[in-house]
Design a protein around this ligand. Sequence first.
Ligand code: UDP
Length: 245
Amino acid sequence: MNKEISILGIRVDNITESEALQRIEGLISDGKAHQVVTINPEFVVMAQRDRDFRRVLNGADLALPDGVGLLWASRVLGRPLRERVAGSDLVERLAGLAAGRGYSLYLLGAGPGVAARAARALLSRHPGLRIAGTYAGSPRVDDDLDIVVKIRAASPDVLLVAFGAPAQDFWIQRNLHKLGVPVCVGVGGSLDFVSGKVRRAPAWMRNLGLEWLFRLAIQPWRWRRMLRLPHFAFLVLRSRVWQKA
Ligand code: UDP
């Protein structure tokens, strides 16, 4: 079994959700600063054209397979991933782990008030959880210093950054070594789900791999972005044909 696989040139760790949590614990305790990315098919399509984004993703300490499309692609390409590690599930499990072990979390990004609501929701589900702080902030370079000062003062063990891709991943990459935080994770729209601002697809739809369809139904303005999904499928199938040739 491969420990990591490459999908269209993007490295993805072949890891289960439980293993991802163990790896994150290891990263918290090794004394350095680490970047975690949660890769979905949209990331892979964006990174085909954006060399900087590709470099950030491939340079991350942990690259989690978020999105059923990646599992499909990994099977088509003959190197199957074991499990999907969805961003919002990861945030929830991470909060459980943090509550048990005494790690503190800082929630950065999402719309006004959303990070604070997400923090309250996590606290209600994981009593004893330490929230070092929340801040909506912005991914603009001009705002970096202000945010870094706030986070350094709060000194969390884990920083969740919800600015959407690729902004959140660039943000983490350029600030990682100024923050003094062991683990920084780009979590996309996860805080919207965790806070209850946006409803998640019911379990039966998630199990059928139809979360994207539910998202399209409740957030129809995403249709243009979601065209990246058939584009992704096309690129994977084309790469499969080249593999065979
Ligand atoms: N966001 C933000 N600041 C910005 C742009 C986006 O805080 O300048 C937040 C937005 O409110 C949302 C998240 O970033 O909570 C991105 O969510 P989206 O669903 O687009 O991300 P995905 O999971 O698809 O990467």
